[in-house]
Design a protein around this ligand. Structure first.
Ligand code: NAD
Length: 375
């Protein structure tokens, strides 16, 4: 039997669990080490996965000690946004084969660029976990578009929430993945009168944006505007329409005889009706392709960091457009988070003071990111 790839996980909350399950589902990894600053979270991991023969991790409350303990084939970074760069850079200096960071890639483009630079300098492959690229419905919709089933794609609409970097970085990645095209410019508007935060980063109360793609498609995004929050899109072409969700694709196309046709393809690892399908199938399929990348079976990995960077860039361009009151061409020159600049320079005053984090309920124990950051 071929030896297993050795995976390590930093941050074992909800996404650390999904990454771990994904590695185990492939049968190609052993979980060699896990780290979380909260030992209770490590106990929960053992209780959840302890029955699997490929789960035999060394446990650490300090990720640095874990990274020094052995060389890993893959390291997952599943902490909150502002610690993606911290732990990716720390891991890269220990030269694992691959690092996969959760999305959004970083808190701003400058930090995302540092992640890429340090990985490149240390010969480490870097990925960002926009796992819906691996869902069969997304792959099918992409193929339908490439095959011209709805003609030229003129408009894509999607509605998201809980802050642009959080959910809408997935939407930005989806637009690029489905269209196989690059965004040329972005026009955006944000509203922010409360001191709203998400996993330790500032977010807006609501946003809307237009993303103009080079071959002509326009993507329209509403975030925290309608109350309607979903992953997927309504896609309008010159000869038909596609309605995409993580579990299924409906198409009214050139060849569908005037009828909507629904496809709900099973994944490679899970059936489409499995609980949490988009996460369990996404994490397993993502891990499987990571194994191919680690073993040199593929040169191009679908979630390579270039894509995570571009998704983040499109989101930061919405903020930059709101800051500058003009449409913003990509690549974006501003490397800090323009939302922070607007707030700190008084252009987006908090009318109703009092910071609150919409993911505050996720904090375990007494020590919070704010305590550690001295905020
Ligand atoms: N890809 C997706 O669809 C998806 C979905 C949800 C969340 N996410 C992303 O995953 C990331 C994690 O989110 P989550 O919901 O899993 O968070 P979480 O709060 O459930 O888990 C984070 C874990 O990291 C640990 N941690 C934090 N700082 C640490 C440190 N310095 N050292 C050791 N451990 C530390 C915490 O104790 C916690 O257990 C976020 O950036 C989020 O945006 C992605």
């Amino acid at each position: 039997m071929a030896s297993k790839l050795r995976a390590a996980v930093i941050g074992c909350g909800s996404m650390g669990v999904h990454h771990t399950r994904g590695y185990l589902d492939t049968g190609r990894f052993e979980i060699a080490a896990i780290s979380d600053m909260n030992p209770e979270v490590l106990d929960e991991m053992d209780a959840r996965f302890g029955v699997d023969e490929n789960y035999r991790p060394d446990r650490f409350t300090d990720p640095n000690r874990m990274l020094d303990s052995q060389r890993f084939d893959v390291v997952s970074v599943c902490t909150w946004h502002r610690e993606h760069a911290v732990w990716t850079i720390a891991a890269a200096t220990r030269k694992p084969g691959i690092i996969i960071s959760e999305k959004p890639m970083a808190e701003d483009l400058g930090r995302a660029e540092e992640m890429r630079t340090v990985c490149e300098r240390n010969g480490v492959k870097l990925a960002v976990a926009h796992q819906r690229r691996f869902l069969p419905s997304y792959v099918l919709a992409r193929q339908m578009i490439a095959d011209g089933m709805i003609g030229d794609v003129e408009l894509m609409y999607s509605s998201a929430g809980w802050g642009l970097p959080n959910w809408s970085s997935h939407h930005a990645d989806m637009y690029r993945f489905l269209l196989q095209d690059e965004c040329a410019w972005v026009m955006g508007a944000v509203t922010r009168t409360t001191d709203r935060m998400e996993r330790g980063t500032r977010i807006e109360d609501g946003a809307m944006a237009v993303f103009q793609f080079k071959r002509g498609t326009r993507c329209v995004l509403l975030s925290d505007v309608t109350g309607e929050i979903y992953q997927g899109a309504s896609i309008y072409g010159s000869e038909g329409m596609i309605d995409l969700l993580p579990e299924r694709v409906r198409v009214l196309g050139r060849d569908s005889g005037g009828q909507w046709i629904t496809h709900a393809p099973n994944g490679r690892f899970y059936n489409v009706d499995a609980d949490n399908f988009e996460y369990v199938e996404g994490a397993a399929a993502q891990a499987n392709e990571l194994a191919n990348w680690a073993e040199g079976k593929i040169d191009e990995y679908r979630g390579e960091a270039r894509n995570g960077y571009k998704a983040l860039e499109m989101i930061m361009a919405v903020y930059e457009s709101a800051r500058l009151h003009e449409h913003v061409s990509l690549p974006l020159k501003t490397k800090v988070n323009p939302l922070d600049v607007m707030v700190e320079q008084g252009h987006l005053p908090v009318v109703y003071p009092g910071a609150y984090d919409i993911r505050g309920f996720k904090l375990h124990g007494e020590e919070t990111m704010y305590d550690r950051a001295g905020e």
